[in-house]
Design a protein around this ligand. Sequence first.
Ligand SMILES: Cc1ncc(C[n+]2csc(CCOP(=O)(O)OP(=O)(O)O)c2C)c(N)n1
Ligand SMILES: [Mg+2]
Length: 329
Amino acid sequence: MLRQMVRVRRLEEQCVELYSAAKIRGFLHVYIGEEAVAAGVMSALRADDAVVATYREHGHALLRGVSASAIMAEMYGHAEGCCRGRGGSMHLFDAATRFYGGNAIVAGGLPLAVGLALADRMSGRDRVTVCFFGEGAMAEGEFHESLNLAALWGLPVLFCCENNLYAMGTALDRSESQTDMALKASAYEVSAWAVDGMDVLAVEEAARRAVDAVRAGGGPHFLELRTYRFRAHSMFDPELYREKAEVERWMERDPIALLRTALEASGELAADQWDALEREVGAEMAAAVEFAEGGTLEPVEKLTRFVYSEREPTARESGDRAPGVRGSR
Ligand SMILES: Cc1ncc(C[n+]2csc(CCOP(=O)(O)OP(=O)(O)O)c2C)c(N)n1
Ligand SMILES: [Mg+2]
């Protein structure tokens, strides 16, 4: 898990640098400081589970198994990226790892997760769908609709609220009357509890417990991961809404430093092992940048490709539709 968190940190530090060099354009929201959440939760999942995330999702994609190279090429808008350059930073997507985005709409991923879980339930599969979202999403109608239906129908979803205390420049206690997110979720008869989101071991343990309960048919569960973003909301944020001292206080609980220190103290991480880890991750990210640099742009005439599915409808899909309507075209 230490390695996983370092991979996410180094990937995003690289992205910030490339953004400043105008190699990456558009919006860019980094997860720096919050890595323990994705690392802990992902380690509790099976390969056939599904993951839905937000626009702050580079780390989730990487830890789900999308390669750093495919992510970096996507950041560049190149055809070799995981969405052939059509998604960019906010819309990473990869069907092979069941990573369903990358959603730019706040709370937009929640109904998608409920739909994926409903499909699994109807098909009799014991898969779990994990949905990550910020605490800002809990002020949206979609949060309430999704929690209600998931609970009512007992669907296999794990809702993971990444509570970093701010929604862009708005502090949680200035925008929501109930600031205890787990309590708010439990209003829907969903098992919900809060976890220290800077402690990857605590996150992993809670996620494993929750995922096991969901998979065993216990219905939706909810985790409030209490965390903090060390960087600005996006690359266009002058950060006028919080004190530097507050950021520094949270940085003392950097999830990577916490685990590294604990492993060194217990003798499980020697100095040369840390150096090797840094070197290997550095090489992985350098290779990803090189891959992205060597990429190509899709020709303009192909830009509307994939707006509609190119797959032929199956007989069942054709049969299910009204006469004259052909599949998904
Ligand atoms: C429906 C909708 N409303 C507003 C926005 C603009 N917006 C983008 S990010 C954001 C803040 C969301 O905060 P939070 O859910 O806490 O996630 P965080 O960025 O802290 O990870 C807002 C309001 C949007 N993308 N979608
Ligand atoms: Mg937030």
